[in-house]
Design a protein around this ligand. Structure first.
Ligand code: ADE
Length: 251
């Protein structure tokens, strides 16, 4: 996947892109990620990229010319046949989640636009942006961290990026549930034992325990997720047990 990020602060992103799984995804050829400096495209003799808002008000607005020229430049250099989505990182956007990460991971190329100050001139959004996405209901100082969050969650889903031990099939949100708890050595830590079933070597039992724990975590911490999920007959049975046990514990 080719990913271009239009930003005023490429240095903020370069280090994130070159480390850990994002770095490895690139050396394996699964992703090519580049932060492109919008300021390099300013036609203004002072290289400025922002100006006062028409109509007054506080803050500055990013001007359209450098962004549009940077966008044109990256689009020209991405050699894919498919339509390329341009994502503007904004708290006004659709809220990002695992389903959206999966959807974006099926694209051949993505362009992210990071705003700063009071945001970008609306004409840029009208002209080139296909998706406005927020990473949550809070306001950050710019779009770089949101772009990095989204890119991390998308790239790790690309084929060949995670190895088998890191596979995402068991993890939270993959099947609409939170993940079961994990334990490692030692078997006993400060008087607390690892659940016996995990030491039993009985894979069917371990699997059943994990599915039960996964439902329990979800019911206790994110019951809203259960409203959206179609449960299997087994899961319904487990959930009933969990609910009855917690109701008894409350009494
Ligand atoms: N830019 C500023 N805040 C943001 C948020 N919550 N999500 C995406 N982009 C943003």
């Amino acid at each position: 996947m080719i990913i271009k990020v239009l930003t005023l602060f490429p240095e903020m992103l370069d280090s994130i892109f070159s480390h850990s799984i994002l770095g490895r995804a690139q050396s394996k050829g699964a992703a090519a990620i580049e932060a492109v400096n919008i300021r390099d495209f300013s036609a203004n003799k002072h290289n400025s990229v922002d100006d006062y808002p028409f109509g007054g008000g506080c803050g500055m607005v990013m001007t359209p010319q450098p962004i549009m020229d940077a966008h044109k430049h990256v689009m020209k250099n991405i050699q894919v046949k498919e339509k390329i989505r341009t994502i503007y990182c904004t708290p006004k956007g659709k809220v990002f989640n695992q389903d959206l990460a999966k959807e974006l991971s099926r694209e051949k190329a993505l362009v992210f636009l990071c705003g700063h100050y009071e945001g970008v001139d609306q004409r840029v959004i009208d002209e080139v942006v296909t998706d406005e996405i927020s990473i949550g209901d809070y306001v950050l100082t710019g779009g770089e961290l949101p772009a990095a969050v989204m890119i991390d969650s998308v790239v790790r889903l690309l084929p060949g990026v995670l190895n088998q031990e890191q596979s995402y099939e068991d993890e939270s949100f993959y099947n609409g549930l939170l993940e079961y708890p994990h334990y490692t050595r030692p078997r006993e830590h400060q008087g607390k034992q690892v659940p016996n079933v995990l030491l039993s070597g009985d894979h069917a039992k371990i699997d059943a325990w994990r599915r039960y724990q996964s439902l329990k975590e979800t019911w206790l911490k994110r019951p809203d997720l259960l409203e959206k999920k179609r449960l299997t007959e087994d899961e319904k049975k487990y959930l009933k047990q969990i609910q009855e046990t917690s109701i008894k514990a409350e009494k």
